[in-house]
Design a protein around this ligand. Sequence first.
Ligand SMILES: Nc1ncnc2c1ncn2[C@@H]1O[C@H](COP(=O)(O)OP(=O)(O)OP(=O)(O)O)[C@@H](O)[C@H]1O
Length: 285
Amino acid sequence: MDDDKNYLSLSKVDMVFTGNGGTNPVLKGIDLDVRRGEYISLIGHSGCGKSTVLNIVAGLLEATSGGVLLAGREVSGPGPDRAVVFQNHSLLPWLTVYQNVEIAVDKIFGRSRSKAERREWILHNLAMVNMSHALDRLPSQISGGMKQRVGIARALAMEPKVLLLDEPFGALDALTRAHLQDEVIRIQAELGNTVLMITHDVDEAVLMSDRVVMMTNGPAATIGQILTVDLPRPRSRIELVENPTYNHCRQEILSFLYEKQRKVEPISPARSMKARTREPAALQA
Ligand SMILES: Nc1ncnc2c1ncn2[C@@H]1O[C@H](COP(=O)(O)OP(=O)(O)OP(=O)(O)O)[C@@H](O)[C@H]1O
């Protein structure tokens, strides 16, 4: 049972980027235990390091210190047990909808499942995201929302232990976003996926998550607060509007982001320098 509680564990994760003769301490002491089947959202101001956290879990970046355990095994690189869906759908443009899922399924199940089983599995996952009608279309022939659906189907078809969603609905219009959120909620209820999702959207975080992890501003960002969303499922976005727990959760996140971690944009060095040197510059001209 304990394994299920700490299914995904980030422990003492620090990340320092080096380059251009300097160092950039982005993350400091990230500790997080995610339960199997839990839906976690990561929220924080732009540039605080959310994608860096996700990329470390994905194995695309190596933490400077600390580490990640998934189902008891250390993450040491990318692997099929972690599927990532990015904001800007990453479909291969020369492959059809079907083939974009097929390429992942063949890679993972090419040896363990027959051709017919794989075909059935691809069709099943595309049906799950309501894309059965567009199997032979190319990415250029479908909308942004549909592309995102195919990306989600491809990720689900890999049967990953963890689904990593990097602002998966960020580039979509409000209505498409709501539809797709509802679909992911339904699929998660059906499959019980463990999900780590980055979002900038407070309502999306509360609607979808079991817990919302709030990150402090960088440099050396860390987890500032974790909010448990104590709302029963299935959740209806319409009914939630008047739900006091829902509104309390929204309030907590808004207060964290806009009061406790209020982001004051510095004047860019170029502008402040220009302001200070205006006279000499004018004289030189
Ligand atoms: N590969 C990299 N090399 C150097 N610096 C990086 C790298 N990736 C990210 N950074 C820096 O780390 C910091 C955090 O970036 P990150 O993309 O993780 O933030 P974020 O919270 O996801 O931002 P946003 O919400 O705007 O997408 C930024 O200062 C960024 O410039």
